[in-house]
Design a binder for this molecule. Structure first.
Ligand code: RUB
Length: 350
């Protein structure tokens, strides 16, 4: 089904009105539409995925990347383009829309680039063949992600000792998978998790851990230092890893790292290496997404300034190790390992 414009699509999809979508995202998507003056829009899945990602209906870097990859697969299945050039333009438009859904998501960007680069490299003029390349490259990336998740869990679970207390922040599917693995290995441990204001992703973590039968304590974020004395280890996820080995994760992570440092509690980042952002090698700073203020206070007094950054940067000095598919790495070693394991990431960073 085709829509004349984004607002028609909005009305017929899960959004009730244009206003349901963040104005920032709406403008970005609508601008793209006008820029390419498309009569027929892209696969609806691209807009749905981008909106779900922006609204946190899909959250966590890994899930965001998976949603974007699946939307690219849908696009390849549904495309009605007739020639190579039109198909490539469609892919580029999808890429721009997905990239603009959340700024601090290099895993998603690496995944989408992996797919589009493979298509660009093919000399084929046939849309059907190019669409097949999108499907197979998407599948390969999903398999890489799955393999890394299992390997990380296997390695990280060995760090969980019997009767230990693990501290975590926000909701990282990579961390909870590691903890599941430790539990299946027969290790007994308990977890302290923060609620993770303003949108409480810590509750997702708490529910998942309770479902696994893990003794779980939820705390307000500001109790992190107080409770750090009771923890043996900190595990947090990552949204981005920079060329200097610094890590971006949910806002509050860097404070938790400082608290862990002061309490001498080992602080580990649990992450796929593909969250590495190649643009940081060339001098760019990883952008930190600023989210709507109504996540913090829906009806604040007029003239009140509200800041709502989604992520912060934890300096490598406070990170004991990055638990990744290549083992437990010093943050200093990340760029080198990336060059060895995923050289393609450096090929076309834009
Ligand atoms: C989630 C968050 C997670 C990382 C890692 O933030 O910061 O720790 O994304 O998650 P948000 P994963 O809820 O704003 O997306 O290990 O699942 O990739």
């Amino acid at each position: 089904m085709w829509f004349e414009n984004f607002s028609d699509w909005c009305v017929s999809s899960s959004c009730k009105t244009e206003g349901d979508v963040s104005p920032k995202v709406y403008t970005r998507f609508a601008d793209k539409r006008h820029q390419h003056s498309l009569v027929k829009p892209l696969s609806e899945s691209i807009y749905t995925a981008a909106t779900n990602i922006q609204r946190l209906e899909v959250q966590g870097a890994r899930n965001v990347a998976i949603a974007a990859i699946k939307a690219m697969q849908d696009l390849a299945r549904e495309t009605e383009t007739k020639n190579r050039q039109a198909f490539l333009s469609e892919l580029l438009e999808a890429k721009a829309i997905l990239f603009s859904s959340r700024e601090t998501e290099p895993l998603m960007r690496n995944a989408v680039r992996w797919i589009t680069n493979r298509v660009e490299r093919s000399a084929s003029a046939k849309v059907q063949e190019l669409a097949k390349i999108v499907s197979s490259a998407s599948q390969q990336f999903l398999e890489m992600l799955e393999g890394s998740k299992e390997r990380i869990a296997e390695i990280g679970a060995r760090r969980v000792r019997n009767d230990s207390v693990i501290f975590t922040h926000c909701h990282s599917s990579t961390v909870t998978h590691l903890l599941k693995r430790a539990k299946l290995d027969g290790t007994s441990f308990e977890v302290i998790c923060t609620e993770s204001r303003p949108v409480f992703q810590g509750r997702i973590t708490a529910k998942e851990l309770l479902d696994l039968g893990v003794k779980t304590t939820l705390i307000v974020d500001s109790a992190a230092r107080f409770l750090m004395n009771s923890a043996d280890l900190v595990f947090v996820g990552a949204d981005a890893i920079t060329s200097e080995g610094n890590v971006l994760n949910k806002i509050g992570t860097s404070m938790i790292a400082l608290a862990a440092h002061e309490a001498r509690t080992p602080f580990y980042v649990v992450s796929e290496l593909l969250k590495f952002d190649p643009e940081t090698v060339y001098g760019d700073y990883e952008k930190i997404e600023e989210r709507d203020s109504d996540e913090v206070w829906r009806s604040p007094p007029k003239s009140l300034i509200i800041k709502n950054p989604a992520f912060d940067v934890t300096r490598r000095n406070f990170i004991h190790g990055i638990i990744c598919e290549e083992g437990i790495l010093s943050p200093h070693a990340v760029t080198e390992v990336m060059h060895r394991k995923y050289p393609w990431v450096f090929e076309q960073p834009s």
